[in-house]
Ligand binder design. Structure first.
Ligand code: UDX
Ligand code: UDX
Length: 464
């Protein structure tokens, strides 16, 4: 079976870049990305490709090449489903904020809505691909809905989890370590569906990196990979606190440990805490699934990764208060960076939100600078926590357009995202324009301790 028309539901951080790369690499396949959010689709169709809604290095070029050739963005979900042989589901699956599993389980309502819509519209056989990260055995629920509410057409469900990291999405998609495709490989129809998706990726990914498994293994592998990565960050962050007490330096420890080839050097960078849309959500999900099978020890084991991460964010904010003579009330504190990591405008679960919230509770005045995050997003993130009224957030938090505006007249500056431009700042100028003593808190271990000390900052970096 050769795929001619692909539809992807969800034009977000995953759906957008993934489909753009598939379209670029497979010019004979028509790819339509649909979304219920009209603004978002409008932005994807903006004449100036620099205005697409997701900031991701290299993405504008890919979109420019494929858009209106075989890559289309639309709000007409029904039409795209109807035409497609293969439908990717790439809608968001946030942590539930209500009812059973509140604060832990993944909210699958959007997934279910997609399934019902596909069932209602489809008049020909479809391959449905789970792209969103889902709890293990979601495919079963999808199949159930499709088979019982549909028009009698046949469905194959595949799991094809996305391993791209934001900020490097295009590179990750062009040259993935592996592509995982789970399907019903024990039946001929299931095998065909898996092969059809393998053929899509084989346009640019070497066959030996295309890994096929059963559906459940594929679903669970995604959660496992994210849990392992997050665990490494929490492990090194746990050590960062011990380093501070003992005079060890976490960078040196990290290097020494990472050179052990059994351990490896990646994901050992100590930070103010991991953020992003996946790590916390996926681990909470893993914890919830484990609990629901009665596996309490397994649940507790993974939950500790989250507990450590929350501790790290709080610890960093508390350090600021403590260092500023135990009060930040009425003091101006500059936050450099709001995104959860560099090279993305995504702020979901960013440590900056929690640090700001903590400081606002201590009555600080906050000024934020981030090169790619929009002002409204900063306020939306704070409002979402519901710690105070949105008017208060707007009076107590300012968002500015240059780093120097943020730091001028500030008591303290905290680096919360590792944007390259922060390394290159004129730190002497920053220091000169701050109140003295001027405090600098480095949550990303971005800056050389020696240079900052020479300038005269009271300097704190995580883990040293
Ligand atoms: C993805 C995955 O889907 C998620 O499971 C993974 O763990 C993180 O990454 P992401 O692409 O980052 O989500 O989410 P987002 O940027 O919010 O995009 C989802 C899009 O789906 C939104 O634009 C939203 O408008 C759209 N959507 C949602 C629909 O079109 N229909 C719906 O019913 C729900
Ligand atoms: C992650 C996974 O890497 C990706 O495979 C999956 O598909 C989605 O989730 P992403 O959330 O985009 O990707 O970012 P990632 O680069 O994994 O970083 C997550 C968080 O951990 C960031 O806040 C980052 O700053 C932090 N981190 C990462 C550290 O604090 N230290 C490290 O050494 C590495």
């Amino acid at each position: 079976m050769k795929i001619k028309n692909i539809c992807c539901i969800g034009a977000g951080y995953v759906g957008g870049p993934t489909m753009a790369v598939i379209a670029q690499k497979c010019p004979e396949i028509n790819v339509t990305v649909v979304d219920i959010n009209e603004e978002r689709i409008k932005a994807w169709n903006d004449k100036d490709v620099e205005n697409i809604p997701i900031y991701e290095p290299g993405l504008p070029e890919v979109v420019k090449e494929a858009r209106d050739r075989n890559l289309f963005f639309s709000t007409n979900v029904d039409a795209a489903i109807d035409k497609a042989d293969m439908i990717f589901i790439s809608v968001n699956t946030p942590t539930k904020t209500y009812g059973i599993g509140k604060g832990m389980a993944a909210d699958l309502k959007y997934i279910e809505l997609c399934a019902r819509q596909i069932a209602r519209v489809s008049k020909t056989d479809k391959i449905v691909v789970e792209k969103s990260t889902l709890p293990v055995r979601t495919a079963e629920a999808l199949k159930n809905i499709l088979d019982n509410t549909g028009n009698g057409v046949n469905y194959q469900i595949l799991s094809n989890p996305e391993f791209l990291a934001e900020g490097t999405a295009v590179d990750d998609l062009m040259d993935p370590d592996r592509v995982l495709i789970g399907g019903d490989i024990d039946t001929p129809a299931g095998k065909d569906a898996v092969e059809a998706l393998v053929d899509v990726y084989a346009h640019w990914v070497p066959r030996e990196r295309l890994l096929t498994t059963n559906v459940w293994s594929s679903e669970l592998s995604k959660l496992t990979a994210n849990a392992f990565l997050a665990q490494r960050v929490s492990s090194i962050n746990a050590m960062s606190e011990l380093c501070e007490k003992t005079g060890a330096d976490v960078n040196e420890v990290s290097k020494a440990v990472g050179m052990d080839s059994r351990i490896g050097s990646k994901f050992l960078k100590s930070s103010v805490g991991f953020g992003g849309s996946c790590f916390q959500k996926d681990i909470l999900n893993l914890v919830y699934i484990s609990k629901s099978f009665g596996l309490n020890e397994v649940a507790d084991y993974w939950e500790q990764v989250i507990i450590m991460n929350d501790h790290q964010k709080r610890r960093f904010a508390a350090k600021i208060v403590q260092t500023l003579f135990n009060t930040v009330s009425g003091k101006k504190i500059a936050l450099l960076g709001w995104a959860f990591k560099k090279d993305t405008n995504d702020t979901r679960e960013s440590a900056a939100i929690y640090v700001a919230d903590y400081l606002l509770n201590e009555q600080a005045e906050i000024v934020v600078y981030d090169p790619k995050v929009k002002t409204e997003q900063v306020y939306a993130d704070l409002d979402y926590l519901n710690s105070r009224s949105s008017e208060e957030n707007r009076t107590r938090v300012k968002v500015v357009n240059t780093p120097y505006e943020a730091t001028e007249g500030a008591h303290a500056v905290a680096v919360l995202t590792e944007w390259n431009e922060f390394k290159a700042l004129d730190w002497q100028k920053v220091y000169d324009e701050m109140l003295k003593p001027a405090f600098l808190f480095d949550g990303r271990r971005l800056l050389e301790k020696e240079t900052k000390k020479k300038i005269g900052f009271e300097f704190y970096a995580i883990g040293s």
